[in-house]
Design a protein around this ligand. Structure first.
Ligand code: FES
Length: 288
């Protein structure tokens, strides 16, 4: 069986009233994950991949980093997101063609990890940690407030929704996230995966207002703030041309006082842990 009449759902802007990008709109390409026609799986429609012409060389660079080309899939998906701000069906097919995988194999990975987006992200992706510790320290209140603050016409901005035209300057996608591995600095927010530690409702509102106004506030630590698509290119392993300057600004010790507090207390009080025996027997592992 050939292409589905339910086929591609690409091309719609999906921008709802008031500039808010609504959920469940045209660029959520569910048919790309499991094309179905009259109850049967069908062959995917061949997409126009020319949007990726400018990154074919980069894709080749990624592939040669690995002994087996399929291992390059995760950075390849980040490369795709650096072009379109999401993993579209065309992006899935581009990865599959580059790596000798099936579209289904690529889609299975792209839909498993939350860092791969099915809807086009804004210029900035704002991730609010609402896992237990951050939630108790104020993360839930921050997420609720940002949803309200960025919403339009009395409707809250929801998870994975964007205010503004996705990808355009000042557009912001909001999401709640699981533990962002900075519990000692909670509640934390990430913007394009850079940390803003020890947030409050007020500081979070100031942060998103600055992003909406086209500013780039400095993260608490790490690299300077970039836009989502540039961050995706970096996640694919490509650095800015001024790599030396860029690295000089971010490399070096970045441990927070809070992170080292336990070690400092132990040092001040002369506490030591029992040394681990040099010849510790390994536990038996049941053979399968
Ligand atoms: S619970 Fe928020 S960083 Fe761990």
């Amino acid at each position: 069986m050939t292409g589905s009449s339910t086929g591609s759902t690409y091309g719609g802007s999906g921008v709802g009233a008031g500039g808010t990008h609504q959920s469940g709109v045209a660029d959520t390409d569910v048919t790309g994950i499991a094309p179905v026609e009259a109850g049967h799986l069908v062959t995917e429609v061949a997409e126009d991949l020319s949007v990726f012409d400018g990154v074919v060389d980069k894709a080749a660079e990624i592939v040669v980093r690995y002994p087996q080309s399929r291992s390059a899939l995760l950075p390849m998906l980040h490369l795709v997101q650096s072009v379109q701000g999401r993993v579209s069906q065309a992006g899935i097919q581009f990865c599959a063609r580059q790596l000798g995988l099936t579209d289904a194999e690529v889609a299975a990975v792209a839909t498993f990890y939350t860092m791969y987006k099915r809807k086009t992200c804004g210029e900035h992706l704002v991730s609010v940690c609402t896992n237990t510790l951050c939630a108790a320290l104020g993360g839930d209140a921050i997420y609720a407030k940002l949803g309200e603050h960025l919403g339009t016409d009395g409707r809250k901005l929801g998870h994975n929704e964007t205010v503004g035209e996705p990808g355009e300057p000042g557009s912001v996608t909001l999401e709640h996230a699981e533990c962002l591995a900075a519990c000692d600095l909670g509640p934390v927010i990430q913007v394009n995966y850079e940390f803003f530690d020890n947030q409050t409702v007020e500081s979070a509102v100031e942060l998103v207002d600055a992003l909406r106004a086209g500013q780039r506030p400095a993260p608490t630590r790490g690299a300077p703030l970039r836009d989502f698509r540039t961050a995706e290119l970096e996640l694919a392993g490509f650095w800015p041309e001024d790599e030396a300057d860029y690295r000089a600004g971010v490399d070096g010790p970045s441990a927070a006082v809070e992170t080292l507090r336990g070690a400092k207390l132990a040092e001040d009080r002369g506490w030591t842990a029992k040394p681990y025996p040099a010849e510790a027997p390994l536990p038996e592992v049941e053979k399968k």
